[in-house]
Design a protein around this ligand. Structure first.
Ligand code: AKB
Length: 316
């Protein structure tokens, strides 16, 4: 990777992926593109920025030409809970950005990373140690987009030789930009509420297990996979990756050990409950470990300590 564009750079992953890539490939080799001009203004102090609607293929093309881009990280997506409020819009945005990215990656010989998600699985997928290759019948529009995206990305690889690669991200926990509209967002919000109010209202039931990753590992997943020797890859779109699996009750008791006054109540959001119930409790990520050396370093206790410390600092 020499010249990289991160499309949808203003979100939870993008705002941290941009500096991560800059450290590895040089500040002047990473372009942060986002549809939101205010977000671009914020990112401007740390990176080259471009306002871009990824659905505008002409504008997208101009950026690839202007910076001689050879690698694209396409992070544009409406997440699972937001998607259910407007499925047609979710399809338009998620698939529109992907299709443009694939077409342009083909035309300009770029490598392309587009995250998939645990949302690609559904009720009839095995929920424990979910295999890499298994039943994929999601019940959300977000999941339908993710499965379609995986198939389309593999199609562009086999049919046109486009270097497409991807991971199925679980919930990502981070202390930079907030996530928005996801079913796993509670696992970030809880830390802010614990420090600010010593109370949290969980939208998911106490015993809902989901896979999670701490952001530093998520960033490593992106770069390790894109740097992997292609001859070692049996799979491409998409690899299961995970570092921990827990439920709201586990996280609450971890926080309570560190903040004894912390209290939680459960006011379950039925849409999120239904989505979470359809997703794996824990994934088997052995293919990622074998094919490109995936080896996350953050577990639940180390993540909880680090999150509380970072957010305490941020809120003073
Ligand atoms: C969501 O909850 O929608 C996302 C995801 C797991 O893909 N965080």
């Amino acid at each position: 990777m020499k010249n990289i564009v991160v499309v949808g750079a203003g979100g939870q992953i993008g705002t941290e992926l941009v500096p991560h890539l800059q450290k590895r490939y040089g500040e002047d080799h990473v372009v942060a593109a986002d549809i939101n001009p205010e977000m671009c203004e914020k990112l401007r102090s740390m990176a080259i920025t471009e306002v871009l609607d990824a659905l505008d293929i002409q504008a997208y093309k101009e950026i690839l030409k202007k910076y001689q881009i050879d690698s694209i990280f396409n992070l544009v997506a409406l997440l699972s809970a937001t998607g259910e409020k407007n499925p047609q819009l979710a399809w338009q945005i998620n698939m529109g950005a992907l299709l443009n990215s694939l077409e342009l990656a083909k035309e300009y010989r770029c490598a392309l990373f587009t995250p998939s998600s645990i949302g690609a699985f559904g009720h009839n997928t095995p929920h424990r140690q979910t295999p890499q290759d298994t039943v994929m019948r999601p019940t959300t529009i977000y999941g339908v987009c993710k499965v379609t995206g995986e198939l389309l990305s593999d199609y562009y690889y086999t049919r046109f030789g486009v270097d497409t690669r991807s991971v199925r991200f679980p919930g990502i926990i981070s202390n930079g930009a907030l996530p928005g509209g996801g079913t796993t967002d509670y696992a970030v919000e809880i830390f802010y509420e614990a420090i600010k109010k010593k109370r949290f209202t969980s939208p998911l039931p106490a015993d809902t297990y989901l896979d999670m990753l701490y952001m530093p590992d998520a960033l490593e997943a992106c770069t390790q996979l894109m740097e992997a020797d292609p001859s070692t890859l049996i799979h491409r779109n998409s690899f299961n990756v995970t570092a921990m699996s827990f439920c709201p009750a586990d996280l609450c008791s971890d926080i309570k050990k560190r903040i004894p006054e912390f209290e939680v109540e459960y006011r379950v959001n039925p849409v999120m409950q239904e989505i979470a119930a359809s997703w794996p409790d824990s994934m088997d990520d052995s293919c990622a470990r074998q094919e490109w050396g995936w080896n996350p370093v953050w577990d639940r206790p180390s993540m909880v300590d680090d999150m509380l410390l970072a957010i305490e600092k941020k809120l003073v």
